[in-house]
Design a protein around this ligand. Structure first.
Ligand code: SAM
Ligand code: SF4
Length: 336
């Protein structure tokens, strides 16, 4: 292993989120527009390039890889990439290989993911009502996702559910989805909707915002809640429900309270490294990767130079009901 990655604020970078595709079989309303244009294939990192890229980060101290997208499981050949990463788990350099998925392809891939060393999977699911599910995902169908979750649990994968908190939409969902997760031994995390995408100035998006403070208040009303002090270095805070033993997480990316412990960077499917989810600065890693197929050194130098530019924090701000600090990127670009 080469010297570990540390940013100018003495934060060790140990967590890489990798988007392996910008494509998706859903069109969730808060994430994509109905008519998305996707990148031409030559722009994407090949599976072999993804391997070289991730392996460079692992050599530099990354211990956790989260594969995302777009929908990672619609990338052709993605299991070849997962299997290639198994060697880093076997060597002990990588502690965790995981993914975030909409669950639509889990029936097909759960067993192979387990065999590749994946143990935990985040599945995004906002509602258990088939009609509401179809409305929010536009192209998704709930039974397919529920079957996928079943298959994953049978294969031995631990599932955490991520639900985006949307005013009106989620309020009625909260008790039901919480109970459903408890019955299946799954933790649940609520994500505050973020100002992403070019149509962000749109008042309807701001109207969808449901503060996680209010979500938390719902739990306090209905359950005995205990704050958990653990942190993953990310934007999630957790409580435990006394009645079910479940862990409920809250991801408030719009607050700044987690930046000081940020341990992560994000790689897009085209090889751009974003050092902060809320800033536009990025580093092109594809060029040093492609220009030097036989040497990892230029790539490692580019990674180090990028980490030296990692900002202290981000600039999201909903407080004046304007999307200040808004980002022109869609979540499917940086992978959330
Ligand atoms: N397709 C996979 C999925 O849905 O889990 C992985 C990619 S998706 C971009 C990752 C996460 O970002 C999902 O949990 C999704 O709900 C969340 N997400 C997408 N757009 C968002 C937004 N505008 N604000 C907050 N979360 C968002
Ligand atoms: Fe696809 Fe995930 Fe975005 Fe939904 S949130 S459109 S499933 S990438």
């Amino acid at each position: 292993m080469t010297a570990p990655l540390t940013d100018p604020f003495a934060r060790a970078i140990t967590y890489l989120r990798v988007s392996v595709t910008d494509r998706c079989d859903f069109r969730c309303v808060y994430c994509m527009s109905e008519n998305m244009s996707f990148l031409p294939k030559k722009e994407l990192l090949t599976l072999e390039e993804l391997d070289r890229m991730c392996s460079a980060f692992v050599r530099m101290g990354v211990q956790k890889l989260r594969i995302t997208g777009g929908e990672p499981l619609v990338r052709r050949g993605v299991m070849t990439f997962f299997r290639a990463m198994t060697r880093h788990l076997d060597s002990g350099a990588l502690k965790e290989l995981t993914l975030t998925t909409n669950g639509s392809q889990l029936s097909r891939f759960a067993g192979e993911l387990y065999d590749a060393g994946v143990r935990r999977v985040n599945v995004s699911l906002d509602t258990l009502d088939p009609d509401k599910f179809a409305r929010i995902t536009r192209w998704g169908r709930l039974p397919q996702v529920l079957e996928g979750i079943d298959a994953a649990q049978k294969a031995g994968l631990r599932i955490k559910i991520n639900a985006v908190a949307l005013k009106e939409f989620s309020e009625a969902e909260l008790p039901r989805i919480t109970e459903w997760c408890a019955e299946r031994g799954m933790d649940l995390t609520w994500i505050e909707v973020m100002p992403m995408g070019e149509d962000i100035g749109d008042a309807s998006r701001l109207g969808q915002f449901w503060s996680l403070r209010d979500v938390r208040a719902e739990y306090d009303r209905a359950f005995t809640t205990t704050d958990l002090t653990e942190t993953t270095g990310g934007p999630a805070r957790y409580i435990r429900l006394g009645e079910t033993g479940q862990k409920i997480g809250f991801i408030t990316p719009l607050s700044h309270n987690f930046c000081e412990s940020c341990n992560r960077v994000r790689l897009t499917c085209t090889g751009e490294l974003f050092m902060c989810l809320g800033q536009e600065d990025m580093a092109d890693l594809r060029t040093p990767l492609r220009d030097h197929p036989d040497s990892g050194e230029p790539l490692e130098a580019a990674i180090r130079a990028a980490i030296r530019r990692k900002p202290k924090g981000h600039d999201f701000d909903y407080s004046r009901q304007r999307a200040d600090g808004q980002m022109p990127r869609h979540m499917s670009h940086t992978g959330g």
